[in-house]
Design a protein around this ligand. Sequence first.
Ligand SMILES: O=C(O)CCC(=O)C(=O)O
Ligand SMILES: [Mn+2]
Length: 239
Amino acid sequence: MPDSAFGTLHVPDVPTVPEVPEVPNIADMPDMPQHWFAPSDAALCAIPIEDGQLWFAARPALPLPHAELMARLIAETPWRQDAIRVYGKTHLQPRLCCWYGDAGAAYSYSGLQLMPQPWTDLLAQVRSAIEAVCGHGFNSVLLNYYRNQSDSMGLHSDDEPELGREPLIASLSLGATRRFVLCHKTRPELARRQFDLENGNLLLMGGALQQHWLHGIHKQQRSVGPRLNLTFRQIIMKP
Ligand SMILES: O=C(O)CCC(=O)C(=O)O
Ligand SMILES: [Mn+2]
């Protein structure tokens, strides 16, 4: 649920731990558990986390080379920048979005009611590739287009009722590296987790993660180029 009421939530400072550098390089750090690493960059490996589940694949197989896939998605998507209400104030979402899915896979957040665009051939192929890696089906995907370092997504949980209590959400990143931040909602003693998500990385969130953690992408000072993020979800349809 991007930009929910949590969008401007103040998250208390927590004790800092040495920042995790880029996830694929953690193997170089002698004190990091090696089971974070899958035998192949295409397969998922578990990232240990309290009160939820996380998996990561550095470079899952996709139907097109990354640059071509990103260029086509940017060009072919009917991007929107909706106005949302957070704490009684209306503002434009700080990025561009588009919601695709099966007919009837409606999604509501921050006062928006999104009706899905029908799957394109390209997105259906990407979905099949992600489903093959995750061993799980998805009936919808939210595309987020971060045009530069000033675009962002506020801290939030994807905890809408239509996603179910323990949703599995597969998040594919293309383009510029951006930092993905996770903060526990009620246990400040748990260090905030952060991952620099790179071109082609897949992060899978599951279990009770959405109940216990907020996640988001902050604006940053350092200039970066565009980034696309595709979060595949399974909407529970009303009968
Ligand atoms: O851009 C990202 O990595 C996060 C996207 C996200 O959290 C969402 O679409 O709900
Ligand atoms: Mn999210």
